[in-house]
Design a protein around this ligand. Sequence first.
Ligand code: ZN
Ligand code: FE
Length: 257
Amino acid sequence: MTNVTLDIHKFPCLNDNYGYLVHEAWSGQTAAIDTPDAEKYLSEADRMGWTISHILNTHWHPDHAGGNLRIKEHTGCTIYGPAGEAGKIPGIDVALSEGDTVELGRATAQILDVPGHTIGHIAYHLPEQATAFVGDAVFALGCGRVFEGTMDMMWNSLSKLKSLPPETLLYCAHEYTQANARFAVTVDPDNAALTDYARWIDERRAEGLPTVPTRLDKELATNPFLRADDPALQAAMGHAGDAVATFAEIRTRKDRF
Ligand code: ZN
Ligand code: FE
């Protein structure tokens, strides 16, 4: 078994997106995870001494795929994206869905279909690195708004992410954590792990520090959107025994919060 080294370079983009560049040292290949801002990605790659060889899109929204064509024009990279919305991914070369894999040098990403926020949204899971790039499917203490899919579909997608190994690092696409925490404590006020996490988030943000990536095990204990199958939370939301209705209730409250 070979030792695969991935360097993940994270940088802020637009108002509250994160940019990620993933570099595989053996091959020298570099993947851009989504493309909120082409110029920022190109200059950050330059600064690292890396050349973008892959774009891995999670979904079609412009703050995720808007920089595709400019980066491809500049680097000749290959663009991978969701098969379920391939027609809306600028410059797409390879359409991916559940069970497909993408190679970045010696590293392998497995594709998970996680629809709901958009109808074709995918996540990139690298099991050997215990890492997943989840776009707008799940956030630290939150999840994406359900724009194109149904509540049922989104809960299924979150359930799939819940079943990844608990040590998995979740690289979500936005720094929404502090606002998510303010909401989370209103639906799950007696959760001590959540209260501690919310305090840590306030400290980090007061210093201008990121809260992403987050670890799945921490989210499983605190993220109300991932806890819709928890009997106490179901009862508190008035939907005992019904995870989908509980999820829908929490999502709807957050939309109005
Ligand atoms: Zn989005
Ligand atoms: Fe987004």
